[in-house]
Design a protein. Structure first.
Length: 345
């Protein structure tokens, strides 16, 4: 009886300790999870670098950390810094068109079936009535302000979270081999002989999601940014980050580059509008149709619904870095369930 009480007491102490550690680390949980995803994905590259620097772990970890700063933190910080300028520029263009009375709808709008004439008449009436236009602007001002404020706060928190994640990544790189040995020993005691297979599934899935889903999103964003710069579309950093986020789900990027093409047509730049449509159809969407299957086939082929829920739920739970964490966590669970189901058939 006394031994059983002691074992229960030790178990309760361990549970309380874990709960306490969770509450201590909860503010940094998103950064730690993101750092773990990045470290697992880039671990083979770190091992190659470690061999090149003859086993000097601190030097190799420092080089990897500096690379993450240049690849992740600096671009995100620049986008956040330029966001206010881009929003101000767009606002000034809209106000100039309102003051100049140049808000007439394009001629092709009237030719749209069913709704074309109604939309054309409403927009022409709206453009000719300054009072009605101001009332509409006032009704949209508060929601737009909240949306922009929320987007700015999300990007700002993303800079802070990614900076902390990069800092944590240094220690994960430096002490990663020792941590792997500790995790392997712990998993062997908890899971048993299947621990190596579970660890391989987790690492394989994390790399597959990061290389496939997120790597493709980055590639699409870079291709889209190049097209926006060539066509002379304004607010390129904002559109680039929008393309990156929209690339997480199917049919997302056409909403961005299609809107850019619409703006070019509306400005009378028909040639550049056609160029933007062709660039989006052939190159931006081509990245999704060609590159993603090649990359994501190395990892978990996550269903569309889980991708969507992972992105949205990840942002709600972890902020900006939840874009990365959400799909990765769901992909790991999905792969483990598939392996478990296959093993019990």
């Amino acid at each position: 009886m006394e031994k059983r009480f002691e074992s229960y007491a030790r178990l309760a102490a361990v549970v309380l300790l874990l709960i306490g550690c969770f509450y201590v680390l909860r503010p940094f949980l998103a950064a730690i999870l993101f750092a773990a995803c990045v470290t697992i994905s880039s671990w083979p590259l770190y091992l190659l670098l470690l061999a090149r620097v003859k086993g000097r772990r601190v030097l190799a970890a420092s080089i990897m950390t500096l690379s993450l700063v240049l690849i992740i933190v600096v671009p995100l910080a620049l986008v956040t810094y330029n966001l206010a300028d881009d929003v101000t520029r767009i606002y000034e263009q809209i106000r100039t068109r309102i003051d100049g009375g140049s808000l007439a709808p394009p001629d092709w709008l009237k030719g749209l079936p069913l709704v074309g004439e109604a939309l054309d008449g409403y927009l022409r009436r709206l453009g000719g009535s300054r009072e009605e236009l101001l009332d509409l602007a006032k009704s949209m001002l508060e929601p737009a302000r909240h949306l922009l404020l929320g987007g700015g706060m999300l990007l700002g928190s993303g800079v802070a979270q990614t900076s902390l994640a990069v800092f944590v990544s240094f220690f994960l790189y430096r002490d990663g081999q020792a941590l792997l040995r500790m995790l392997a020993a712990g998993m062997n005691r908890i899971i048993g002989p299947k621990a190596p297979a579970v660890a391989q599934t987790v690492s394989h899935t994390v790399r597959g999601v990061m290389y496939g889903l997120l790597g493709t999103a980055l590639a699409q964003a870079l291709v889209a940014v190049l097209g926006f710069l060539i066509a002379g579309v304004p607010a390129v950093p904002l559109l680039g980050i929008g393309t990156f986020i929209a690339s997480m789900v199917p049919v997302g990027p056409p909403l961005i580059w299609g809107g850019a093409a619409f703006w070019l047509f509306d400005q009378g730049r028909t040639g550049w509008g056609i160029f933007m449509l062709l660039w989006g159809l052939l190159l931006i969407s081509g990245v999704d149709n060609v590159v993603k299957p090649l990359l994501i086939s190395r990892g978990s082929n996550l269903p569309f619904l889980l991708v969507l829920l992972g992105v949205l739920g990840g942002v709600l739970a972890f902020g900006f870095v939840g874009i990365f964490i959400g799909p990765t966590l769901l992909a790991v669970l999905y792969s483990l369930l598939l392996n478990w189901a296959a093993a019990h058939e």
